[in-house]
Design a protein around this ligand. Structure first.
Ligand SMILES: Cc1cc2nc3c(=O)[nH]c(=O)nc-3n(C[C@H](O)[C@H](O)[C@H](O)COP(=O)(O)O)c2cc1C
Length: 303
């Protein structure tokens, strides 16, 4: 009897590998593994235009069409959702899954663990996921975000190289490898063991404490700072592009502006603001920062 539903999307295969590792400790007999696919696949590698053009729909959490999804059971004892953030929001296929009535029905009164494979910004997307799970009547008990641990600017360069060429390699042979490190991908098996033991002992409600006790999940303060501001700005851009980009040419122009805005914000404005913040504000806000990190690392939602 399959008791645990494990569902994810992966474009490059990185998240598939993370989920494969996560599942190593589990008895395969108990697992139903589903990989969802958009009806119209996103082209990989992305062109720069297509990549940035996805922002408004991601931020608005619009529903795309998925290939039919077949669940073998009406109910599961645990649901594991593997997802990736896209523009500080859940990726479009995962938003579609979480808004699918058949999946929402299975979420009801069911514990949920999320496993994230992203660059380094998962806080806002996880807030959306917390709300979508809660709205469907599910109970988020655990979250395992696996991220690129290099600096924000370097990982922005390396991920764009990966996404726009399709090659997960060292750019110019000089930059570090993009994405989640092989060591962190392999560490997913350890997190799988924690979740499996908690599941078998019927102690899923305390599993997030055990996940955090590994010390492997940390939120850098600069990421907290950026995420707390950037999503509001993305919303403004998303609304502008959706309302004013009424013809393909107008939309393309606005998305082009957004692209340059984002690159300037990321590579020029954010480093300046962060320097000021780190010098003048962060030293006096230790407690507030700690509390915010604890909230984002937790499974409760304020929304
Ligand atoms: C359109 C797009 C937007 C992305 N935005 C973010 C983001 O906001 N935060 C983040 O940490 N990673 C972001 N990423 C990286 C993905 O979360 C993910 O790590 C990468 O796409 C590999 O996932 P895969 O397993 O689907 O191939 C983005 C990727 C794409 C394609």
């Amino acid at each position: 009897m399959k008791k645990i539903l494990v569902v994810n999307y992966s474009q490059s295969g990185q998240l598939n590998e993370i989920i494969d590792r996560f599942l190593i400790p589990f008895d395969p007999e108990t697992i139903e593994r589903l990989q969802i696919q958009p009806l119209t696949p996103f082209v990989f590698p992305w062109t720069s235009d297509e990549f940035f053009d996805k922002m408004p729909e991601c931020v608005h959490e619009d529903v795309i069409e998925l290939k039919p999804v077949h669940f073998s059971a009406e109910r599961y004892e645990l649901i594991v959702i593997g997802y990736q953030p896209w523009f500080l929001s859940p990726s479009l296929p995962i938003t579609a899954l979480l808004k699918m009535p058949a999946f929402q029905q299975r979420l009801r009164d069911t514990p949920v663990v999320t496993v994230i494979g992203g660059r380094n910004m998962w806080l806002n997307s996880q807030e959306s996921i917390k709300k979508l799970v809660k709205d469907a009547g599910g109970r988020l008990v655990g979250n395992i975000p696996l991220m690129d641990r290099t600096s924000n600017l370097i990982s922005a360069v390396t991920i764009l190289h990966w996404m726009l060429t399709g090659r997960k390699e060292k750019k110019w042979g000089v930059f570090p490898m993009p994405g989640v490190s092989q060591q962190d991908i392999e560490s997913a098996a350890g997190f799988g063991a924690i979740v499996k033991n908690a599941f078998e002992r019927d102690e899923l409600d305390g599993v997030q404490q055990q996940i955090l006790a590994t010390g492997r999940i940390q939120i850098p303060t600069d990421i907290l700072f950026i995420e707390q501001r950037a999503k509001k700005l993305f919303r403004i851009w998303a609304n502008l592009i959706k309302t004013k980009g009424t013809t393909p040419a107008r939309r393309k122009r606005l998305v082009g502006f957004f692209k340059y805005y984002l690159l300037i914000a990321l590579f020029m404005v954010a480093p300046l603001l962060l320097t000021v913040y780190n010098l003048l504000i962060a030293p006096f806000s230790g407690n507030a920062i700690k509390k915010k990190k604890e909230y984002f690392c937790g499974v409760e939602t304020k929304l």
